[in-house]
Write a protein that binds this ligand. Structure first.
Ligand SMILES: Cc1cc2nc3c(=O)[nH]c(=O)nc-3n(C[C@H](O)[C@H](O)[C@H](O)COP(=O)(O)OP(=O)(O)OC[C@H]3O[C@@H](n4cnc5c(N)ncnc54)[C@H](O)[C@@H]3O)c2cc1C
Length: 393
């Protein structure tokens, strides 16, 4: 893929991306030496490397940093078509989706020159070190402490639930540089090299059996002063800004996946229909229809967020409503799928095995979806206070 060949009109761009993905993802699968396992980290990383090697990275970045300067609507089309191809999400989601735009916004020229090329080529994997055992929903309670020295900081602390830390080359960590300042004010953003002495990563096994997130221990880690992003004490506002950079596009791949899974659940209902009583069949169909309505409404919400971002509007609390809706509807859909598979009615054994493996994994993973990036309770607080105007709880 080269810039010159990228069509400009949205329709032609969509057709181009769709054809490219169909051809190259099929080729990638044919060339993959092992078992095709779209949830495995090596598989996901290799596919992400392939995308970056072919220039599908830095799509929204300015050209001076090797980006493609594509509009937000073109980026949205790319994400839709990537998800529609059935290809998995990568492992450097945080590097591409959160850290790079934060760096472009707040980084010095030297920091951009140093870190952006590695992300563009997918050679540097980034993780996000915010949460700690005592600071999750209440993020401002972060206690990891960076003490100032002559040429930088010495960092001590304990992060937890750090996605992809076991693969990461760098971590952008929210740490306390001033223990005497008001909670939000004493925080700063440090860019920590994960391969240096004093950094210890302990993977945490999840319900699915995989270990995608980790505990990270910082013990007397030396962080040079040029690894401070922005100004000391500005960590909180940068963390808030970082959270808004994916606004408008975050749900796109997840909603395409929702739609694809819903079609598979529909096929499951059809495959067991003749073994069910009419009442049972109707009840399954009604649950499916309600999920179809969820899918439509979520797509409208996602489009509205995209339009708002394209118009340059500041992020609003509506994203919280979409997060709760998507994560909880997804769990309802996966519960329905498992119930249908549990009926064990006349589905051919091979197909059954593949569907059980897929939906069991998706269902176990979906438990995390109502927790990560802000729990359902926290999102409901935001909706209650900021949209419904209810009193602070
Ligand atoms: C798969 C996954 C990946 C993650 N990846 C990362 C990552 O890469 N980097 C990172 O920094 N973090 C990551 N996290 C951590 C995530 O951000 C936190 O789990 C989340 O913010 C909740 O914090 P906590 O786990 O400390 O729960 P707590 O904040 O301790 O909450 C415990 C319970 O109390 C409820 N609760 C807390 N406060 C309130 C309140 N005010 N009102 C009502 N209920 C409340 C919560 O809803 C929850 O049910 C990840 C989490 C998951 C599950």
């Amino acid at each position: 893929m080269t810039d010159e060949r990228l069509p400009q009109s949205p329709e032609a761009f969509r057709a181009y991306v769709r054809a490219w993905m169909a051809e190259h993802y099929a080729q990638f699968q044919r060339d993959w030496p092992g078992r095709i396992d779209p949830v495995s980290l090596p598989y996901r990383r290799a596919w992400e490397d392939t995308l970056c090697r072919h220039g599908w990275s830095g799509l929204g970045w300015p050209r001076e940093y090797g980006g493609k300067a594509l509009s937000l609507s073109h980026q949205a089309i790319y994400l839709e078509e990537l998800a529609r191809s059935g290809a998995p999400l990568g492992v450097n989601l945080i590097g591409h989706g959160i850290f790079a735009p934060t760096l472009l916004h707040f980084g010095s020229a030297a920091q951009k020159a140093r870190y952006l090329p590695g992300i563009l080529r997918n050679e540097a994997i980034w993780c996000q070190g915010y949460s700690e055992p005592g600071a999750g929903s209440d993020l401002a309670a972060v206690t990891s402490r960076a003490r100032k020295t002559q040429d930088g900081y010495v960092l001590d602390g304990h992060k937890i639930w750090t996605s992809f830390a076991n693969l990461a080359d760098y971590c952008f960590a929210l740490v306390r540089t001033d223990p005497h300042a008001q909670r939000h004010r004493g925080l700063s953003f440090l860019l920590v090299d994960m391969h240096q002495p004093g950094v210890r990563v302990e993977p945490i096994r999840q319900l699915t059996g995989e270990a995608e997130f980790c505990e990270v221990f910082f013990e007397q880690v030396k962080v040079p002063s040029d690894c401070l992003l922005g100004q000391e004490g500005d960590g909180w506002s940068m963390a808030m800004a970082a959270a808004s950079f994916e606004r408008g596009t975050y749900f796109i791949p997840r909603l395409v996946q929702f739609e694809r899974e819903l079609a598979r659940v529909r096929a499951l209902i059809d495959s067991v229909a003749h073994g069910l009583t009419p009442i049972a069949l109707q009840s399954y169909r009604q649950r499916w229809a309600a999920l179809f309505a969820d899918s439509m409404v979520l797509q409208l919400k996602s489009r509205r967020a995209l339009l708002a971002a394209m118009n340059g509007e500041p992020p609003g609390p509506e994203g919280s409503s979409t997060k709760v809706h998507w994560s909880e509807a997804h769990q309802r859909m996966l519960d329905l799928a498992l119930e249908l598979l549990g009926l064990n009615l006349c589905v051919p054994a091979m197909q059954m095995q593949a569907e059980v493996a897929f939906f069991a994994h998706a269902s176990l993973w979906s438990r995390a979806e109502t927790i990560l990036a802000g729990t359902s309770e926290i999102q409901r607080n935001i909706v209650g206070e900021k949209i419904l105007g209810l009193a602070k709880g």
